[in-house]
Design a protein around this ligand. Sequence first.
Ligand code: GP9
Length: 411
Amino acid sequence: YETNQKIASIKGIKLIPADQRKYFGMAKGRNVIVIQGESFQNFLIGLKINGKEVTPNLNELVKHSFYFSNLFQQVGPGNTSDAEFIMNTSLFPNDNTPTSLTVGNKEIPSLPKVLKEKGYSTMTFHTDKINFWNRDQLYPDLGFDQYFDESYFGDSDKVGMAASDDVLYKKGTEALANAKKPFYSMFISLSSHHPFVIPDEKKTLDLPSEYDGTLIGDYLTAQNYTDAAIGRFIEELKKKGIWDNSVILFYGDHLGLQDKALDDRDQELFEQFTGHKYNLKDRYTIPFIVSIPGKTDNGTEVSSPGGQLDFMPTLANLLGVKIDHKLVHFGQDLLQGQNNLIGIRYYLPPGGFVNDHIIYYPNESFADGDAFSLNTMDRVKDFSKYETSYQKILTLEELSDSYYAQLPEKE
Ligand code: GP9
């Protein structure tokens, strides 16, 4: 609790007692279904090309959910596996090694472990081989009782590295139907992985011919497939009677489009459909959607900034699980409307951050850095008043690293 208080005071916020929090326990006792979308960036939400939605199913889900529309990725070099680590721990990932390579013998405090004490079963699904990203060690360390990998999904209907997202959701739903309730589950999608090649028979996005042979065209096509597979997953969950008793989360794990991977044609097409040049915010924001059927049906957009570290405290609050005395968390509950400070230290140089006003990109020194207004993405010339945010984010990251380093070894 003292560490959480310290983190809050560095950020300049209060740890609000559970019974005074907004939405505390709104999803109490429900199953949890977390869908982590491979390379899914926020600009896709609501995007239309020639009048047709690229992600119609997620757009529909947004209408009946909390939708956090200013959410920044915080993964390190462990990309997808870092996103999994952050979701379950609210700790910063390592800045120089994939965090999953540093687990294996550690007692890692996590949300699945706390939920197990409350009678939840825990499981996670990914169609690739379990040893990719050291997940055979990561998953037990995060507190998952069961994991399902290639040995469960097989390798039929392959897209890219492994079985398709349709196989993931179809066979995954069967496992959920048989699982002990309530359950906490994660689905790590994969079909929209770089280089975004989807078999012709699965393509449903009708793009103008100018998109042929472009990375951006392939990316939109792959994410359109991701979205379609999620639509079928939702239908299946409804049919099996799981949907109404669950809280469903969707977020993107990390960017898919590196600036330098986009050539002039890609950049032009992006500018054509968004009306602006591909900027830092497009690159680093991912959607975060939380749906509680029957409770969030009217939909609420939360546009204040947040990061991946905030997912776990936000979910814990909705589940009515008090974590302040149990889990050191560097993120905060996004539904309490408090100011935020988000460290992006791997995709930006150390000390890179987002606060409620700017996105800041450091250089040799603080003063050499670049700052952009979060609202307009226009350059902010005088950002000297934000030096304290820069110092604070460095302090928080150091604190997270030293907390992680001193976690006890397993018995
Ligand atoms: C591999 C998959 C991809 O199993 O999760 O990870 P990424 O390359 O996106 O980090």
